[in-house]
Write a protein that binds this ligand. Structure first.
Ligand SMILES: [Zn+2]
Length: 89
C-alpha cells in the first residue's frame, strides 16, 4: 500500500482503522496491507479517504502530510506543522 508512504503514517494505524471499520482481520506484510476478506478497490479507497479526512488533513489549512498525531496527556491530537493548528480527537 503506497498510500501509507504518501500520508506518512504508521501502516499499523491504517490497518487498525480499516479492521475496525470493516470488522475484518488484516495483517501488515512489510508495507503491504493484507486484508482477510474480499473488498473492492472502491470500498478501500473510500475508507482511506475517510481516514485521511479524519486523521491526516489539517482542518484549518487542509495541508496533507504535514500533520502528525501527538499524544497530549490522554488525548490524541492532530497537530499541523504547516499552520500550527491542533485538533483533539
Ligand atoms: Zn494547518
Amino acid at each position: 500500500m503506497d498510500i501509507v508512504d504518501i500520508i506518512n503514517r504508521d501502516p499499523k494505524d491504517v490497518a487498525k482503522f480499516l479492521m475496525h471499520e470493516f470488522g475484518i482481520g488484516a495483517n501488515i506484510d512489510g508495507k503491504r496491507l493484507i486484508i482477510e476478506r474480499k473488498l473492492t478497490q472502491e470500498q478501500i479507497s473510500q475508507k482511506i479517504q475517510e481516514y485521511l479526512e479524519t486523521y491526516v488533513f489539517c482542518y484549518e489549512c487542509n495541508a496533507p502530510p504535514d500533520t502528525e498525531i501527538q499524544k497530549i496527556g490522554r488525548t490524541s491530537v492532530l497537530v499541523c506543522k504547516a499552520c500550527g493548528a491542533q485538533h483533539p480527537h
